[in-house]
Design a protein around this ligand. Structure first.
Ligand code: NAG
Ligand code: NAG
Ligand code: NAG
Ligand code: CU
Length: 184
């Protein structure tokens, strides 16, 4: 009895962990290339580009451009509107291949700070939403592995009744093990 409960309480957390991993995999972060194949440059409409997708927390933006011809500043809404990032820059990048994580929900404002580029259209904002829940709950783990049938303990009418008693006792203990497993 005690051995059975112990083995169950070690199976339950493993099953719970698998469910969590499956959920994380389904929620899947997406990588978006700013401007798609045109990249981050003068010309494309980044307003139009930013409205093509729905962004969720955990997604990433990739800015591709020729290093030193452009840069990437994450700025406040005010700096976004005026194109003047002085003292209103949260982060900046200049590698030519900048990977920017949209870590938390909120509105993100990006501009290029090379002279005249922001006013020339190198600016966009994205509204980042909460990550979506997985589309459908993952299937329950197979019962067979969680609740192995009790080993046969002989035969005949007497042992059949005993087996029923065993099952009646094992089920609540198993559930308790599962609940404790979920809590720790
Ligand atoms: C973005 O979300 C809106 C509102 O939920 C929806 O109408 C639209 O189809 C979505 N667009 C994309 C590209 O998923
Ligand atoms: C930015 O901050 C510095 C130091 O705090 C200040 O001297 C400067 O005037 C500020 N610039 C703008 C445009 O607000
Ligand atoms: C942003 O661009 C302006 C105008 O070219 C420049 O004066 C300023 O130094 C730039 N800011 C940073 C942090 O590079
Ligand atoms: Cu630029």
């Amino acid at each position: 009895m005690a051995a059975k409960a112990a083995s169950l309480s070690s199976t339950a957390p493993a099953a719970a962990l698998l469910l969590l991993l499956a959920a994380a995999g389904l929620a899947g972060a997406t990588e978006y290339t700013v401007g798609d194949s045109e990249g981050w440059t003068i010309g494309p409409s980044y307003l139009a580009w930013s409205q093509k997708y729905n962004f969720t927390a955990g997604d990433t933006l990739v800015f591709n451009y020729v290093q030193r011809q452009h840069d990437v500043f994450r700025v406040t809404q005010d700096a976004f509107q005026t194109c003047d990032p002085a003292n209103k820059t949260m982060q900046r990048w200049a590698s030519g291949h900048d990977v920017v994580e949209l870590a938390a929900p909120g509105i993100y404002y990006f501009i290029c700070n090379v002279s005249g580029h922001c006013l020339g259209g190198m600016k966009f904002s994205v509204a980042v939403g909460e990550p979506l829940p997985p589309p459908s709950p993952p299937p329950p783990p197979p019962r067979a592995s969680l609740f192995p049938p009790p080993p046969p303990v002989g035969s005949g009418a007497a042992s059949l009744t005993r087996r029923r008693w065993m099952q009646a006792l094992v089920m609540p203990v198993s559930c308790l093990g599962l609940i404790i497993g979920m809590l720790i």
